[in-house]
Design a protein around this ligand. Structure first.
Ligand code: NAP
Length: 246
């Protein structure tokens, strides 16, 4: 039986690249997305062509009822869960703290932090009940180290929370052979920058990267899927920077 992998935010960017690579490495996939149904269908088709069973799980991870629905579908369609890439995440427009309101902070933390924690919680419940161990990779960001002042410090703070959560959860579940890690992408070319109001952001800031270039979603995905694998069997509690040195 193939291991079952849940990817949140699997319709675009890094999550989609993770799905394509995981499919070639022998995973069946529960592919979550929120609104990009056409794109999610296309990724699912690619993964099926590579031999994976794929179940699409539409749902907004900031909604606990939607998370319950996602897991109900996984339970019904697969009856097991072995790995999670906790990838769904958002940025917002460039702003200083004095221009950031309560609604924006709620949205950022509901999706990036509380959503990720609840997704991980449901995964741990299943992995513990199965007694099989498991792997959870949380998608953090280099912003967690950099702070992102004058850009989006709320986003950076949400990702710093993910780093801390990763360490804490890894300690809680390590004895059951559930490994928990975070990946911190740097400047990666995806649609997230346009959603933050600056489509050319990765190109504009590439000169600040020691490797002098932006990264690709596939480069992040390869590192992420490696962490899922048995080749990383003694890795837990770690955060892996995939940043070109930034
Ligand atoms: P992206 O291209 O904008 O894709 C984001 C994905 O997350 C989409 O599949 C989107 O689904 C999904 N999503 C957003 N909000 C969701 C929600 N509430 N519930 C469920 N799914 C949701 O972004 P990306 O660049 O691939 O980013 C993926 C992760 O990497 C994020 O956590 C991001 O913070 C992190 N990251 C990215 C970069 C970068 O430079 N790109 C750098 C550091 C960290 P729909 O489109 O279907 O709504």
């Amino acid at each position: 039986m193939k291991p079952v992998l849940l990817i949140t935010g699997g319709s675009l960017g890094i999550g989609a690249a993770c799905a394509r690579i995981a499919a070639t490495q022998g995973y069946d996939i529960a592919l979550n997305y929120r609104s990009s149904a056409t794109e999610a269908e296309a990724i699912a088709a690619d993964c099926r062509a590579a031999g994976s069973k794929v179940v699409l799980c539409q749902g907004d991870v900031s909604d606990p009822a939607a998370i319950a629905d996602i897991y109900a579908k996984i339970d019904a369609e697969f009856g097991r869960l072995n790995a999670v890439i906790n990838n769904a995440g958002v940025v917002d427009q460039t702003a200083r703290l004095t221009d950031i309101d309560h609604a924006r902070l709620r949205r950022m933390f509901d999706i990036n932090v509380i959503g990720a924690m609840l997704v991980a919680k449901e995964a741990v419940i299943r992995m513990q009940a199965q007694g099989t161990g498991g792997v959870i990779v949380n998608m953090s960001s280099a912003a967690a180290r950099l702070g992102s002042g004058n850009q989006y410090l709320d986003y950076a703070a949400s990702k710093a929370a993910i780093d801390c959560f990763t360490k804490g959860l890894s300690d809680e579940v390590a004895a059951q052979n559930i490994r928990v890690m975070a990946v911190r992408p740097g400047l990666i070319e995806t649609e997230i920058h346009a959603k933050g109001g600056e489509p050319g952001r990765a190109d504009r800031l590439a000169h600040m990267v020691p490797m002098k270039r932006k990264g690709t979603a596939e480069e992040v995905a390869r590192a992420t899927v490696w962490l899922l694998s048995d080749d990383a069997s003694y890795v837990t509690g770690s955060t892996l920077d995939v940043t070109g040195g930034r």
